[in-house]
Ligand binder design. Structure first.
Ligand code: AHR
Length: 494
């Protein structure tokens, strides 16, 4: 048995958590689009070929903003290949993921899907093989009226502009794996020029420039500084991408994996510091925020790419997530919440089949919600509002990322005045919590939503889909004991 103390004081406000913090990501990769959201031959698909059960699962998850169409894919993608009559679209090669792209799902199709899923897009433009002109034309197609590309949209069946608000200026341009990799100076310049033209097309749009695609990148954090210097007055967000695994894929390094949030916290703080530095250097009043537009747990190397096997519905990076993964995953959400003053957008990468909370059965018609589905769903439900900075005192443990606490905590007061503490246990022992709330109107715990499982390796499968699901626990005399590797939403209602 362990103990942890949590103090939350109503005066220590961190910021406001926004809806966009619970965004996700759909890429033309593996079975995310084809065989994932789109599967015209499947009995569960609608008249447009979209899986109705997948759409329902996305709605239940609560995702309202979805980044699209990549990822690495976007850096070689010509959006014009995906519009017009489906029968006339060309089949192309997706050089990012070594798979065939039938172009059956393109911009207008995705927008139809997004509408059905009650979500809006966060649209990425290609700055790998394309540039400002194609990006500006895309904004014209999506958000304008009365000119060539806007008329093309109308011809393709969409009368009103889509008015897409959020846009990403390329993807992971610091990475050698990227189609059209650039130096920070090269990228900063093309991002700035693209931003200018896109904004001249539609001044209301919000733009994200590519920051470092991982804290482990050799170019980090200098990349972020240089890109910010070049683009500061033209962008609204700088991106961070971060995935966590057992370091070097070594499963004996569980303690280090459990402490991933410590590293994530440092990454976010340092990019925020780069923003502060450049803002000051430019004597600017403009505030650029952070968009963690790819994050997740990713056990790499489980699906090696067979270069001889090109296809449409090929398997790429399909991870099965267990309870321990769900706990680490939840600690990443809590960490982003604790930076709510700066992190305004975050996209869980990805949404279906590829590194995903929702899996579809290959060759079948069942779906399964993985363990990571539930921390995301409940965090989205309870953790929107005013974020307070909690103080945590626990014995903790040492890791390659430094000292970690036994619990990772976030505290949010919703607009209804209800307070929720998200408490993630990173320990193999039960933990007694001593919670002290200062200056809040609420003091009594009404309910606890707990996600836990007997074994940390428990997963949800097609045959046993509800092995790990949230349960409602009645609090006993105001005391809370959390289970090993559990995710808990402790509710104080008004
Ligand atoms: O989400 C999977 C891939 O991870 C994305 O395409 C890329 O941006 C990142 O490296």
């Amino acid at each position: 048995m362990k103990k942890a103390k949590i103090i939350v004081n109503k005066n220590y406000i961190k910021g406001k958590s926004e809806e966009t913090l619970f965004s996700s990501f759909i890429e033309h990769m593996g079975r995310c689009v084809y065989g994932g959201i789109y599967d015209p031959k499947n009995e569960k698909s609608d008249e447009n070929g979209f899986r109705t059960d997948v759409i329902e699962a996305i709605k239940d998850l609560g995702v309202k903003n979805i980044r699209y169409p990549g990822g690495n894919f976007v850096s070689g993608y010509d959006w014009k290949d995906g519009i017009g009559k489906k029968s006339e679209r060309k089949v192309t090669r997706n050089l990012a993921w070594f798979q065939t792209e039938p172009n059956e799902v393109g911009l207008d199709d995705f927008m139809l899907f997004a509408e059905k899923a009650d979500a809006a897009p966060i649209m990425a433009v290609n700055l790998g093989t394309a540039g400002p002109k194609q990006a500006a034309e895309l904004v014209e197609y999506c958000n304008q009226n009365g000119t060539y590309w806007a008329d093309e949209r109308k011809k393709n069946g969409r009368e009103e502009p889509y008015n897409i608000k959020y846009w990403c200026l390329g993807n992971e341009m610091d990475g050698d794996w990227q189609i059209g990799t650039k130096t920070a100076e090269e990228y900063g310049k093309i991002a700035r020029e693209t931003a200018k033209m896109m904004r001249w097309e539609d001044p209301s749009i919000k733009l994200t420039a590519c920051g470092s695609s991982g804290r482990e990148m050799p170019s980090y954090p200098e990349w972020d500084r240089v890109v910010l210097e070049q683009t500061y007055n033209y962008i609204d967000y700088i991106s961070l991408h971060q995935y966590y695994d057992y370091p070097l894929g070594d499963r004996s390094r569980k303690t280090d994996f459990l402490a991933s949030y410590v590293d994530f916290d440092k990454f976010i703080s340092s990019v925020a510091a780069a923003v502060a530095y450049v803002k000051e250097n430019k004597r600017s009043n403009r505030q650029v925020y952070l968009s963690v537009d790819e994050w997740n747990v990713w056990h790499k190397g489980l699906c090696p790419i067979d270069l001889q096997e090109w296809g449409v519905e090929v398997v790429r990076e399909e991870n099965t997530y267990d309870m321990l993964d769900a706990a680490v995953f939840a600690s990443l959400i809590a960490t982003m919440l604790n930076h709510a003053d700066m992190v305004k957008i975050a996209c869980l990468a990805q949404l279906v089949n590829v590194l995903a909370p929702i899996m579809t059965e290959k060759g079948g018609s069942r779906i399964v919600k993985q363990t990571i589905y539930y921390p995301f769903q409940l965090a989205h439900k309870f953790m929107l509002g005013m974020v307070y900075a909690p103080v945590v005192k626990s014995e903790g443990f040492e890791s390659c990322y430094g000292h970690a606490d036994d619990v990772c905590v976030s505290a949010v007061e919703g607009e209804d005045g209800n307070l929720t503490l998200m408490v993630v246990s990173l320990s193999d022992k039960e933990i007694d919590l001593d919670i002290e709330l200062e200056h809040f109107d609420v003091s009594k715990i009404n309910s606890i939503y707990e996600i836990s499982s007997k074994n940390e390796t428990d997963c949800n499968t097609f045959d046993n889909p509800d092995k790990v699901v949230p349960v409602l626990v009645k609090p006993e005399n105001g005391s809370v004991r959390v289970k090993p590797y559990s995710v808990n939403f402790i509710r104080y209602e008004k």
